[in-house]
Ligand binder design. Structure first.
Ligand SMILES: Cc1cc2nc3c(=O)[nH]c(=O)nc-3n(C[C@H](O)[C@H](O)[C@H](O)COP(=O)(O)OP(=O)(O)OC[C@H]3O[C@@H](n4cnc5c(N)ncnc54)[C@H](O)[C@@H]3O)c2cc1C
Ligand code: HEM
Length: 408
């Protein structure tokens, strides 16, 4: 893996590089987007760039990869690569773009760290970058080929037009779309927990891409659900794509989607098939959980299934009826719903944030979590306290994953 000489240099310089990441990453993106404005307009999520949330993810993951290489020199930390590779394929990045990222990332490193970047240091970090890039490229090539084979297309044809065949209002600000390939071809295969990328053209001509988890598995269609993203703070713009879809995507319209991707799926965790499963979500984080529950109900699963959901109140709770109906279809399932500000009569022990102390969590439970970061942190630590091992806790984040490579 990493040569012994480079490992030594990387270990010695990791604190300096890690400590300067906050300065390196904005400069890297600034340089890259100055040279390639089309990447910001049509590939990267410009909302995440504006609010800063994506920046840390890329450079942070390289530092995490380097730390993992040093801690276990004979293993390549492949697990952390899968999530990135699925995201990369889903937005349509190409292998030659790794050179562009390399050029601007290393220019930013040299500018921030100055003379500390001796030729030896540059060569060692170069080795880390290309080890990671080549590993990602290999996984991405395989994924592209598998996806293309499954939907009978060319690996280069990522985007496909779909017609909206139905649109349902789940709550005031949550809408579900049912879509079918516009060419009448077959619906691509998907697994519960996966997402599609939606590419939409905005009024300024930019093409922006966002991911939406599949929220069910209807016959002959894909189903995804979008919540209007409000402005993060006063004066900030409201979310671009979610509001654009709500306002402009109606039944009969055509939308471009990439095929279902994503490495967090119900069936993927070997040995878990027979054991108890806990699905925990907050707010719109229940989209992948609803698809997983629908899959379990649709396949007549006898597994013990524990659904836990937290929301503001009954009116903001999308898929409230589905949760009840799907749970009732399963022979061994329970649902526990917590509302922060319940309307009308609601049990006191289910009022407030999700609290697992009153939920029975059997030994051998595999947990799937999706929701905002504070929810994920809280539920993960409650599960650890309840004796669920870290390796049995899987999660999806609806944004750049800043947990990548950490013990999560
Ligand atoms: C794997 C995955 C699955 C997902 N599944 C779902 C799902 O099932 N349903 C769902 O609704 N969402 C889902 N999401 C989230 C979704 O992809 C989008 O992130 C979400 O819809 C917001 O996108 P947007 O374009 O509306 O907002 P954006 O325009 O991206 O804005 C996001 C935030 O950034 C802020 N912002 C934007 N521009 C600026 C600026 N100039 N200055 C300061 N702040 C700014 C906005 O105020 C907003 O709060 C998922 C995400 C991932 C990664
Ligand atoms: C070794 C090189 C690279 C690393 C380590 C890396 C790392 C990452 C990480 C960690 C994420 C977030 C994943 C998630 O949270 O789910 C991400 C997303 C992304 N990456 Fe990369 N990446 C690399 C190369 C590239 C290249 C070459 C491109 C294309 C120019 C690219 C474009 C993107 C895009 C568009 C996203 C989605 C996020 C957004 O839209 O802002 N990456 N990458």
């Amino acid at each position: 893996m990493l040569s012994a000489k480079s490992a030594e240099v990387v270990e010695a310089t990791l604190p300096a590089v890690g400590g300067a990441i906050g300065d390196i990453t904005p400069l890297f993106y600034q340089k890259m987007f100055a040279a390639h404005p089309e990447l910001l307009r049509d590939l990267f999520n410009r909302g995440n760039q504006a609010n800063g949330s994506q920046r840390q993810a890329l450079a942070g993951s390289i530092a995490a990869f380097a730390s993992a290489l040093i801690a276990h020199p004979d293993q390549r930390p492949d697990a952390m690569l899968a999530r990135i590779a699925h995201k990369h394929v889903s937005v349509g990045i190409s292998n030659d773009q790794y050179r562009i990222v390399h050029e601007h990332l290393f220019a930013a490193i040299v500018e921030v760290l100055g003379e500390a970047v001796t030729p030896e240091v540059a060569a060692a970090w170069d080795e880390v970058y290309w080890l990671m890039a080549n590993a990602l490229i290999a996984v991405e090539d395989r994924l592209r080929a598998e996806t293309a084979a499954a939907q009978g297309g060319d690996p280069a044809d990522l985007w496909r037009p779909y017609t909206v065949v139905a649109r349902y209002q789940e709550t005031d600000d949550v809408t579900t779309y049912l879509v079918r390939p516009a060419d009448g071809g077959p619906v691509p295969p998907s697994r519960p927990g996966q997402y599609v990328s939606v590419r939409a053209e905005l009024p300024d001509g930019a093409h922006q891409i966002r991911q939406y988890s599949l929220s069910g598995n209807p016959d002959g269609a894909l189903q995804f659900t979008v919540k209007r993203a409000a402005a993060a703070a006063e004066g900030d713009p409201a979310g671009e794509i979610s509001n654009h879809l709500h306002d402009h995507l109606h039944t009969g319209d055509v939308v471009e989607l990439a095929p279902p991707l994503g490495d967090l799926t119900l069936a993927d965790h070997a040995g878990a098939e027979a054991g108890p499963v806990l699905l925990a979500s907050a707010g719109i984080g229940n989209t992948p959980m609803t698809a997983m529950l629908a899959h379990l109900a649709g396949t007549g699963s006898a597994r013990r299934v524990i659904s836990v959901h937290g929301d503001r109140d009954q009116l903001s709770h999308a898929f409230r009826a589905d949760l009840g109906q799907l749970t009732a279809k399963l022979p061994n399932a329970t649902a526990h719903v917590f509302y922060e500000r319940p309307l009308g009569d609601w049990p006191q022990e289910r009022t407030g944030l999700v609290d697992l102390s009153t939920v029975d969590i059997p030994a051998g439970t595999t947990a799937y979590l999706c929701g905002p970061l504070p929810f994920l942190r809280s539920v993960r630590s409650q599960l650890l306290t309840a004796g669920v091992p870290a390796s049995a806790i899987h999660y999806e984040v609806f944004g750049p994953d800043l947990w990548l490579g950490q013990d999560a």
